[in-house]
Design a protein around this ligand. Structure first.
Ligand code: S3P
Length: 462
């Protein structure tokens, strides 16, 4: 592993090999937070007047949300270093002329289904092969109770999937809904439907999920309250028929993107990097806690608040990691970070045990089986259970691809692609990833940023 920095090798149109590297160093920033970027565009498009957004993630998923909001009447313009949105006001969405294609973006489709549900319009949503397999019943059920009507494609096992058409009802019927799955997307869909619904819409969360919708709705002037009851459930109440005031928003760096250089620096001997301006909201920062518990030298420096969200510069040094049992309760605060945690676990000393992760099977891919398959090809000892993986790490020894290993299959999943790219940096002979193009959904410039850390360049992703 103590070879000179090696550039990645592009094998064909899409497949790329990531090779072992020398120490990583430098100060970098990662692109803006994906969850916050979607919400910033949507709420700005519903405010009355002009909002400005700085640090917006210009990835395919967020651009799909922008295009959808334009198709429903908002004016959204890109300037040099900020975006301007002229909103139509709550209740002001217009009938789009054609079906809306949201590509790979589950957050876009689920949040926009909520938005359309309480408007007097009918919208057909389409997606790519990955998004078209993902379950939509979890959003259809509560939104149907509010009065919206849905026609969705049914899979052979009775699951409702894209393409689907939502026919909104205005006025919709307010309701109280207890989330049956820990899902910020379902919570946000219901709250967005509640914005244009008379009366109080209430969501009860038995397990806390990312709270960007609540924080941002408050920032835009909605009448929203969050209480915690005796059983630690969060009760979110939103008064409908809101009038939202335009805002200037600054989006912090995405902790889910920072996760990749952070784990890379922990794993590659001699590394010492700083990832600046990363969101560390407690509902998102579970991975950083787990990595510290595994022995990772990872510190939050220069902690501050940006746009109502806690932010820090994360200073990471190479560390010897030890496997742990990851408590299932922490899963919602690191739900997108398990693929890269599994790579860290593969290099740790001893066993890492994860449970309570059946939700990972319905992300952009079945992340438990994709990760297990890829790690097995890299010779990692692994057990795949229905709701988690048990991984026995190499104790820091570089991963060695099996003789018959083929390129890792990313299955249109950006986080699988980036996780195995990091695995390549700590392998004996490199790791080939069959398709790096999905990284454009959340982390444009990912490979260049990695290369800048390899050459120690002081570079930025924005
Ligand atoms: C997101 C919520 C999470 C996460 C997704 C983004 C959001 O999904 O996996 O990448 O922005 O609300 P679930 O709500 O389905 O857990």
């Amino acid at each position: 592993m103590n070879q000179k920095p090696t550039d990645l090798t592009v094998n064909d149109a899409k497949s790329v090999t990531f090779s072992p590297t020398g120490p990583l160093s430098g100060r970098i920033t990662v692109p803006g937070d994906k969850s916050i970027s979607h919400r910033a565009l949507i709420l700005s498009a519903l405010a009355v007047g002009k909002s400005e957004i700085r640090g917006l993630l210009e990835g395919e998923d967020v651009l799909a949300t922008a295009a959808a909001m334009r198709a429903m009447g908002a004016t959204i313009e890109q300037d040099d270093d900020f975006w301007t949105v002229y909103g139509v006001g709550v209740g002001g969405l217009m009938q789009p002329e054609t079906a809306i294609d949201l590509g790979n973006s589950g957050t876009s489709v689920r949040l926009l289904m909520g938005l359309v549900a309480s408007h007097d319009i009918s919208v057909t949503f389409l997606g790519d092969a990955s998004l078209s397999k993902r379950p939509m019943g979890r959003v259809i059920d509560p939104l149907s109770a509010m009065g919206a009507e849905f026609t969705a494609r049914k899979t052979t096992n009775g699951q409702s999937c894209l393409p689907l058409t939502v026919r909104g009802l205005c006025p919709a019927v307010p309701m109280e809904y207890r989330l049956p799955v820990a899902s910020a997307q379902v919570k946000s869909a219901i709250l967005l439907a509640g914005l244009n619904t008379p009366g109080i819409t209430r969501v009860i969360e038995p397990v806390p999920t990312r709270d960007h919708s609540e924080t941002m709705l408050k920032g835009f002037g909605a009448n929203i309250s969050v209480e915690t009851d005796g059983q630690d459930q969060r009760i979110i109440s939103l008064v409908g028929e809101a009038e939202l005031q335009p805002q200037n928003i600054t989006v912090p760096g995405d902790p889910s993107s920072a996760a990749f250089p952070v784990v890379a620096a922990l794993l590659v001997p001699g590394s010492d990097i700083v990832v600046e301006n990363v969101g560390i909201n407690a509902t998102r920062a579970g991975l950083f806690t787990v990595l510290q518990q595994m022995g990772g030298d990872l510190r939050f420096e220069n902690q501050r608040t940006v746009g109502g969200e806690p932010v820090a510069d994360i200073h990471v040094k190479h560390s010897k990691l030890t496997g742990i049992e990851v408590p299932a309760a922490i899963a919602p605060s690191m739900i997108d970070e398990f693929p890269i945690l599994f790579i860290a676990a593969a290099l740790a000393e001893g066993q890492t045990i994860t449970t309570g992760l059946s939700e990972l099977r319905v992300k952009e891919s079945d992340r438990l089986s994709q990760m297990a398959e890829g790690l097995m090809m890299l010779g990692v000892e692994i057990t795949e259970n229905p709701d988690g993986l048990v991984i026995t790490g190499s104790g820091g020894k570089p991963l060695r691809a099996k003789a018959d290993a083929t390129a890792i299959k990313t299955a249109l999943d950006h986080r699988i692609a980036m996780s195995f790219a990091i695995a390549g940096l700590v392998s004996e002979t490199g790791v080939s990833v069959d398709d790096m193009s999905p990284t454009e959904t959340s982390f444009p410039g990912f490979a260049d940023l990695l290369a800048s850390l390899q050459s120690g360049a002081q570079d930025t992703a924005r």
